[in-house]
Design a protein around this ligand. Structure first.
Ligand code: F6R
Length: 233
């Protein structure tokens, strides 16, 4: 595991964007696994800047996002599809058909989970998976529980995640209670993993990276992946 300590959010974002850029340059047909939330916003800004300067070409890149709230359509401003379109996909020369986010409005949530897992496998192995980390150690929406879920599945969000994400909604009651997320097994299949963690995530990063591997801290499983880079403030 390669852990890089940086001074601040801007340095974290610039460095992570460099790693993603290098991935796209070395393989223009890369399959990127992407995350939403506050952590990757600066990364996406940097990637958009590179694209605008003509230094990056997303035309053959494909993407799969980690997760989506259940019950929100892609037009809802707090949906992860909306976030990705607004902060990255609409601003770079990516083919939108090659961008994938679970369908939060699916009639049958379990079928959507199976279909999303199958879709990822059909496209191929994720070349580089970008991750943030929750204060409780979640990755994707894999909350602390009694096992490491293997596949895409639907989850009940924990109280702490609902509280943490309420800042983006009008009030806490509006935060969806369920989400569709890649499983820990889905995430671990990526060839490379890049996890970014801001200054507020110091304690959980210590537990996840140097502590015991445990389902109480889902990110701790990354200690077993052969190619993980962590950029932390
Ligand atoms: C988002 C995701 C989550 C976030 C995590 C950290 O797609 O999968 O695991 O990465 O909740 O969120 P921020 O970056 O907002 O602190």
């Amino acid at each position: 595991m390669n852990i890089v300590k940086v001074k601040n959010y801007d340095e974290m974002s610039a460095l992570a964007a460099k790693i993603i850029s290098a991935q796209i340059i070395s393989n223009p047909k890369s399959l990127l696994g992407l995350a939403t939330g506050s952590s990757p916003l600066g990364v996406y800004e940097n990637l958009v800047n590179e694209d605008e300067k003509g230094l990056l070409d997303f035309s053959k890149v494909s993407t799969v996002n980690l997760d989506e709230y259940f019950g929100l359509s892609g037009e809802h401003p707090q949906s992860y599809r909306y976030f990705m379109d607004k902060n990255l996909f609409d601003k770079v020369n990516i083919n939108k058909e090659n961008t994938h986010v679970p369908n939060g409005m699916a009639q049958n949530i379990d079928k959507e989970c199976e279909d999303y897992e199958a879709l990822i496998n059909d496209i191929g192995r994720v070349d580089l998976q970008l991750l943030g980390i929750g204060h409780n150690g979640h990755i994707g929406f894999n909350e602390p529980c009694d096992r490491f879920p293997r596949f895409v599945h639907n989850v009940e969000l924990s109280e702490s995640t609902i509280k943490a994400n309420a800042r983006l909604f009008d009030n806490e009651d509006e935060v969806p209670k369920r989400a569709i997320t890649m499983g820990i097994g889905t995430i671990l299949k990526a060839k490379k993993i890049l996890l970014i963690a801001g200054a507020d995530k110091g304690d959980i990063i210590e537990r996840a990276m140097y502590g015991k591997v445990t389902t109480d801290v889902p990110a701790s499983i990354l200690q077993f992946h052969h190619d993980v880079t962590i950029i932390r403030v």
